[in-house]
Design a protein around this ligand. Structure first.
Ligand SMILES: NC(=O)c1ccc[n+]([C@@H]2O[C@H](COP(=O)([O-])OP(=O)(O)OC[C@H]3O[C@@H](n4cnc5c(N)ncnc54)[C@H](OP(=O)(O)O)[C@@H]3O)[C@@H](O)[C@H]2O)c1
Length: 294
């Protein structure tokens, strides 16, 4: 089986490059290998490689910057996945793609299901929603995983940012009124491989095409996430670890508006694939203190 992975240098892509190799012959590309704003290039690449499975972990993920670059965000997140979907359909290949909790507006008081109506609050969310819709309209075999608050123990993410700033400041102020589920990149990749294997073994896989929520269990705020990370040693090694202080979103102005509540129900994923990720705190501890922690 031939597998083509886009976005091998991203958080999820890095882990997928390791786990997808278990399923078949993997070609993994970074931005240099395939810039997703080049739609002709995507077509050519897919036609040349003729993969059985395409996994798209590349995305424009700079949520605030997308407010001033909405066309580029839309090209990468909303248009490129449509080209992948068309080409995958020509080959009868499976397209696996990721979307976000930021397709929702955060006004629901209980976990969002796949049946809930998206209403993104920002340009990033609109571009990701466009990507979902163009895949649903054009792919013949597809899985879209909506995930949230992705982190790993290194790299560019919330944890990396507070670790970096925490080394320079005595106090960090962190938003305490946005609630979601921090999700470990490694677990997203492992669940993806498991779901692909189940999809391909299904007697009538098109029946299970669709959007699935894929996040850690439980919920917390950015402040709660930071507190737990501090407890699990994020700031270990600093002579003066920063104090953490909770603030409201109103006190922390950002170009992009974010949903106040974006917890996703994973019931559909559990029912279809038997997959349920651990509680966010359990995974965070493993990420920061486990055998592979840096
Ligand atoms: N990060 C989150 O908190 C979060 C939350 C919900 C959903 N998601 C979704 O989960 C998926 C994986 O996210 P992630 O956290 O792994 O993102 P990430 O770490 O930001 O990685 C995204 C990758 O996409 C690549 N990329 C950006 N623009 C590109 C372009 N024009 N052409 C080719 N590659 C390009 C980046 O390349 P460079 O390395 O060269 O910059 C990067 O390697 C995405 O679909 C994202 O929307 C993420």
């Amino acid at each position: 089986m031939k597998i083509l992975l886009f976005g091998k240098n991203g958080q999820v892509g890095r882990e997928l490059e390791k786990t997808l190799a278990r399923l078949g012959e993997l070609t993994a590309l970074d931005r240099q290998g395939m810039d997703l704003s080049n739609t002709d290039g995507i077509r050519e690449q897919i036609r040349r490689l003729r993969p059985d499975v395409i996994v798209n972990a590349a995305a424009y993920t700079a949520v605030d910057k997308a407010e001033s670059e909405p066309d580029l965000a839309m090209a990468v997140n909303g248009i490129a996945p449509g080209v992948m979907a068309e080409e995958a359909a020509r080959l009868n290949a499976l397209l696996v793609h990721y979307s976000t909790d930021y397709v929702f507006d955060g006004t629901k008081p209980s976990p969002y299901t796949e049946q809930d109506t998206p209403n993104p609050l920002n340009a990033y969310g609109r571009s990701k929603l466009a990507g979902e819709r163009i895949i649903c309209a054009n792919a013949s075999r597809f899985l879209i995983f909506r995930t949230a608050w992705v982190y790993d123990g290194q790299g560019r993410n919330f944890l990396g940012t507070i670790k970096h700033i925490g080394a320079q400041r005595p106090e960090l102020t962190i938003v305490d009124d946005q609630v979601g589920a921090p999700t470990w990149n490694r677990e997203i990749a492992q669940a993806t491989v498991q779901a692909i294997a189940s999809y391909l073994a299904h007697p009538d896989p098109k029946q299970i095409n669709g959007i699935y929520h894929l996040t850690a269990q439980g919920q917390t705020s950015w402040f709660g996430f930071a507190q737990a990370a501090a407890e699990y040693g994020l700031f270990a090694g600093l002579a003066h670890p920063p104090a953490l202080r909770a603030i409201s979103s109103a006190e922390f102005s950002t170009p992009a508006k974010r949903p106040m509540y974006s917890v996703l129900s994973n019931a559909k994923l559990l029912e279809q694939f038997g997959i349920q990720l651990p509680d966010w705190g359990v995974s965070l501890r493993e990420c920061l203190t486990g055998a592979d922690a840096q």
